[in-house]
Design a protein around this ligand. Structure first.
Ligand code: URA
Length: 306
């Protein structure tokens, strides 16, 4: 089922939640609706989106995701424009793990790969919790395997757990996670939705927190990537949404910066893949929420394609 058309009350709620950029998908708009809704949008009176963080939005966090490309300030009225479709690199996680292995970086054993290939989602979670294949296993408090509907239509992929995720064993539960939940809600999706159509499955490339939120190292990526690969295989999402440079590059196998990967429909393992900014980055750079909304619109438009 397509997400609900954002009405004025819903937009006001999103605004209160700190989601100030609501991009309306052109497919859902007629002229009357547009005329009715535009005045309700934050910043619409001035014709430009507002970017200030709302009172409910936490202070900037230490970087979890890499900084994106040079930013251009959004100037348009927040309505999604059609974007060019493009197939992109699809080597993805296999290449990520293989690349690390080629560099001699903690290649997963054949037995590990074989074991992972046999597990279902619950077993993968158990496997992750017991995993000691790299040094992160000894340092974490909780492994963070993933959460969501086992047949979710959309799978969101982040980088690695942060401090709060490590405490709770669930992905994206800190400040960035709250923003992610708000963003997903605005397009009619939720991590706890009972219906697969509205559900997301959320996972990270790396299941254990790198100390001090440092970047994951090649051996850690090599050992962990097969778990995400198996999760994707099991969930069979209709769309992958990679958040942040690390996840985007891991899933595409590309080293292009996020600014060149976003706003394209890429592929991973035959599944359409849309790339956007990491919510932790958006907390630091709220002016880029507009671009992020454009990416979410592209994701939903891709899902709606027959
Ligand atoms: N950042 C991520 O990439 N994943 C999380 O689970 C939390 C923060």
């Amino acid at each position: 089922m397509p997400p609900q058309l954002p009405d004025a009350r819903r937009l006001a709620l999103l605004h209160a939640l700190g989601v100030q950029q609501v991009w309306l998908r052109r497919a859902e708009l007629d002229a009357d609706t547009l005329t009715r809704l535009l005045p309700t949008l934050p910043g619409a009176a001035r014709g430009v989106p507002q970017h200030a963080a709302s009172p409910g939005e936490p202070a900037p966090q230490p970087p979890r995701a890499a900084r994106p490309d040079a930013r251009t300030p959004p100037t348009s009225v927040p309505v999604c424009a059609p974007t060019p479709r493009q197939q992109g690199p699809g080597a993805g996680l296999a290449a990520t793990a293989a690349g690390a292995a080629a560099r001699g970086a903690g290649e997963p054993s054949a037995a590990r790969l074989q074991r992972i290939a046999e597990l279902d989602l619950d077993q993968l979670a158990e496997f992750s919790r017991a995993c000691r294949a790299c040094k992160l296993g000894a340092q974490r408090r909780h492994a963070v395997p993933g959460v969501g509907h086992p047949r979710a239509r959309v799978m969101v992929v982040g980088e690695a757990p942060g401090a709060e995720e490590d405490q709770r064993g669930e992905p994206f539960v800190g400040a960035a996670g709250r923003l992610l939940d708000n963003m997903l809600r605005a397009i009619g999706l939720a991590r706890d939705a009972a219906d697969a159509e509205q559900a997301v499955y959320i996972a990270n490339v790396i299941k254990c927190r790198p100390p001090g939120n440092r970047n994951p190292e090649p051996d850690e990526i090599a050992q962990c990537a097969p778990i995400l690969r198996r999760q994707i295989e099991l969930v069979q999402p209709r769309l992958l949404l990679a958040l942040g440079r690390f996840a985007a590059q891991a899933l595409t196998g590309s080293s292009e910066p996020i600014g060149r990967l976003r706003q394209r429909v890429l592929q991973h393992a035959g599944i359409p893949l849309v790339v956007s900014y990491h919510p932790a980055y958006l907390l630091r750079m709220p002016e880029d929420k507009a671009k992020s909304w454009a990416d979410l619109c592209l994701a939903m438009d891709t899902l709606d394609k027959p």
